[in-house]
Design a protein around this ligand. Structure first.
Ligand code: PBG
Length: 331
């Protein structure tokens, strides 16, 4: 409504001072929203940098507690563990994934002992363990769905027994949530939650992660026969619906920022805890620009994270978690 030549409603009034901006803010990011992905390597006394992810490193199990402790002290509720399996332990069937004393299980046992109140999320998929880099086993040149399920369920129950609280299957085999839920329940692991990578796209943005865990060089072909087509969104809703029916407690959309529309649709349709994964390539893009002086580190990081909340995410898996937690604590 225009009175005279002046606007009656001036949207800028509520933006005039920091205190009004705080009062009218519709969404807020808090430390409680953050899950920190952490890379673990074999051996002892080693920390290695991930070249394509400035500021991110991999640590051996003996260094894990010290590596994680600052984030725990800042109140980050959970971390997501990813193992970088040495090449000599990889094979076509990914059998190391079913070893109850593999890197992941060692890390889980240690962290549960050191930090009983820290949530542990365990990635379930075969790609860190297969010499071909695929998330399942290959039969006649095809990633075989049902044969992969048997191995994935063993991987999941081992992880849960080692202390992983939240099983996060990222493999995209059909029926895996139901199979894993049944296997967990059969062992009495009824409190173990499942966060399904329900809408996981065949994305170019996982490149730096594959460097980090050493699955990229090995990868033959692509993952398009099991991960989703970036063109699709109705299909994401079907994936989520099926995973929920099979027993998922929480769902995830991945990657994050290019898929905020999917986060929004999933959150609105199902009203279940919906997480977004700000993946390695998203982190790398921001950090590359920061390194060049083209973006402000803290501002770009916080804006990207609050965008997930605005889209409806319950929380974000992000390599920025410790940095963001530090900033949030500092106010
Ligand atoms: C493994 C897995 C991947 C990521 C998480 N779990 C890579 C892939 O599917 O190839 C990517 C995470 C990231 O890029 O940060 N199944």
């Amino acid at each position: 409504m225009i009175v005279g030549s002046f606007p009656t409603t001036r949207m800028r009034r509520n933006r005039h001072d920091a205190w009004t901006r705080r009062l009218v803010a519709e969404t807020r990011l808090s430390v409680d929203d953050l899950i920190w992905p952490v890379f673990v390597i074999d051996g002892s006394g080693r920390t290695t940098d991930v070249a394509s992810m400035p500021g991110v490193s991999r640590v051996t199990v003996d260094r894990l507690a010290a590596h994680v402790e600052p984030a725990v002290r800042l109140g980050v509720p959970a971390i997501a563990l990813f193992p970088a399996t040495p090449a000599e332990k990889k094979n076509a069937e990914g059998t190391e994934s079913g070893n109850p004393d593999n890197l992941m299980c060692q890390a889980a046992r240690l962290l549960k002992r050191e930090f009983p109140d820290l949530g542990l999320v365990g990635d379930v998929a075969l790609d860190p363990y297969t010499d071909h880099g695929h998330d399942g086993v290959i039969r006649d040149g095809y990633v075989h769905n049902d044969d992969s399920l048997a191995i994935l369920t063993l991987q999941a129950t081992n992880q849960a027994q080692a202390g992983i609280d939240v099983i996060a299957p990222s493999d995209m085999m059909d029926g895996r949530i139901g199979a894993i839920r049944a296997a967990l329940d059969a062992q009495g692991l009824i409190h173990t939650r499942i966060m399904s990578y329900a809408a996981k796209y065949a994305s170019a943005f996982y490149g730096p992660f594959r460097d980090a865990v050493g699955s990229g060089g090995a990868l033959k072909g692509d993952k398009k026969t099991y991960q989703m087509d970036p063109a699709n969104t109705d299909e994401a809703l079907r994936e989520v619906e099926m995973d929920l029916r099979e027993g998922a407690d929480m769902v995830m959309v991945k990657p994050g920022m290019p898929y905020l529309d999917v986060v929004r649709r999933v959150h609105e349709r199902f009203g279940v805890p919906t997480f977004a994964y700000q993946v390695s390539g998203e982190y790398a893009m921001i950090m590359a620009a920061v390194r060049n002086g083209w973006l402000d580190h803290h501002k770009a990081m916080m804006e990207s994270l609050v965008a997930f909340k605005r889209a409806g995410a319950a929380g974000v898996l992000t390599y920025f978690a410790p940095d963001a937690a530090r900033l949030l604590r500092a106010g």
